[in-house]
Design a protein around this ligand. Structure first.
Ligand code: AHG
Ligand code: MN
Ligand code: MN
Length: 342
């Protein structure tokens, strides 16, 4: 008998099935994810042109956090805004690159969701042709709020209805959670569509690989030093095994590696950044990544407690981030708890 080959599952088909069969999402959330994915394709094309697209280098401006914006930071932000503001699925958008939330222009209908994103993560890698990405988080607009301001976004990460990232590497991938596991899609550049290439990603509970910017060691607090020094001591140290170090300096790329083969990613508090509360931002870096990592069986803390339980105080709030393979994150978190209790 002639058997039909199994057709690849596109992101569109995956989302339709989530809506129709599993009732995980409604039509608006499906549209929202599709639109974000389309914007990521546009960003992927701009990133991929490199020097030929005239998109490298600084934009000559600073964002609200006092960081110099790259041309691609600004362009990616614009691509995401333009793609999302007219569809009727959003009540407002917020981003790393904008001081305050972007309202939906009055000429368009408003929807029930809030979208918050890091349009281009790993900006320092743009000009050296190393992987960068986009991170996004979807929240519900609080009931009765017609003109959402920053306050509407200050919801704990546990309330996210979806989160994901695109990584612009040797291939472009979209990794997505709707709160029911984590799926990975690879961009078919000829077809222009994301194709499901890995289902239900799981992060191994144990690992021998860690990601941290080791150059900050002298600024760390005692429990952080203790943990890393034990790893660095390798076979002859208290852990009895050798550990390997990887640091891309694009959170998206480091987290993606952890989803593929395990590992941990840490950006702790240190003396240099203590006043700012950390380096990474809670709403559009820590929360979406924590949601994805937990959905893949990993763990995500701020060194003391679960990231997803934190109640944000401001739109651009920063937070220490510890995420990845469960047993290592539990251990380093325990070291911090012991030190805090002493
Ligand atoms: P962004 O480019 O969005 O500002 O984020 C950069 C972040 C993160 O992607 C990365 O893990 C970290 O900054 C790198 O920090 P260091 O340069 O201190 O290593
Ligand atoms: Mn970032
Ligand atoms: Mn960024």
């Amino acid at each position: 008998m002639h058997s039909r080959t199994v057709a690849p599952i596109s992101l569109s088909r995956f989302l339709i099935e989530e809506q129709r069969e599993k009732h995980h999402i409604n039509a608006d959330l499906r549209l929202l994810i599709e639109v974000v994915a389309r914007a990521c394709k546009a960003i992927s094309i701009a990133v991929g042109k490199g020097a030929l697209g005239g998109v490298l280098g600084s934009a000559g401006t600073e964002n609200v956090q006092g960081e110099v914006q790259k041309k691609l930071d600004v362009l990616s932000n614009e691509i995401l805004l333009e793609a999302n503001e007219w569809g009727g699925h959003l009540a407002a958008l917020a981003s790393e690159e904008m001081d305050a939330p972007h309202p939906i222009p009055h000429r368009y209908p408003k929807g029930e969701y809030l979208l918050v994103f890091d349009p281009l993560d790993g900006s320092s890698n743009i000009d050296v042709n190393v992987s960068v990405g986009t991170i996004f988080s979807v929240l519900r607009c609080p009931a009765g709020v017609r003109e959402p301001d920053a306050g509407a976004f200050l919801q704990p990460g546990s309330q996210q209805v979806a989160a994901g990232y695109a990584v612009y590497g040797p291939s472009t991938m979209l990794v997505l959670t709707l709160g029911d596991g984590v799926q990975a899609f690879t961009l078919d550049r000829e077809l222009g569509s994301f194709v499901l290439t890995a289902r239900d990603l799981r992060i191994p509970e144990d690992t021998r690989e860690f990601a941290i910017n080791l150059s900050n060691l002298r600024h760390w607090q005692a429990p952080m030093r203790r943990y890393i020094e034990e790893l660095l001591a390798g076979k002859s140290g208290p852990r009895g095994v050798d550990f390997n170090l990887r640091w891309v300096a694009s959170m998206v790329a480091d987290v993606h590696r952890i989803l593929c083969r395990g590992g941990i990613f840490i950006y702790p508090l240190d003396a240099k950044i203590k006043d700012r509360g950390g380096k990474l931002r809670l709403l559009y870096e820590a929360n979406p990544m924590a949601f994805i990592v937990e959905q893949a069986g990993g763990m995500a803390t701020d060194g003391l407690g679960r990231i997803l339980d934190l109640v944000p105080q401001s739109l651009h709030q920063r937070v220490p981030v510890f995420l990845g393979s469960k047993n290592e994150i539990a251990r380093v978190t325990q070291y911090h708890r012991e030190a805090a209790a002493a």
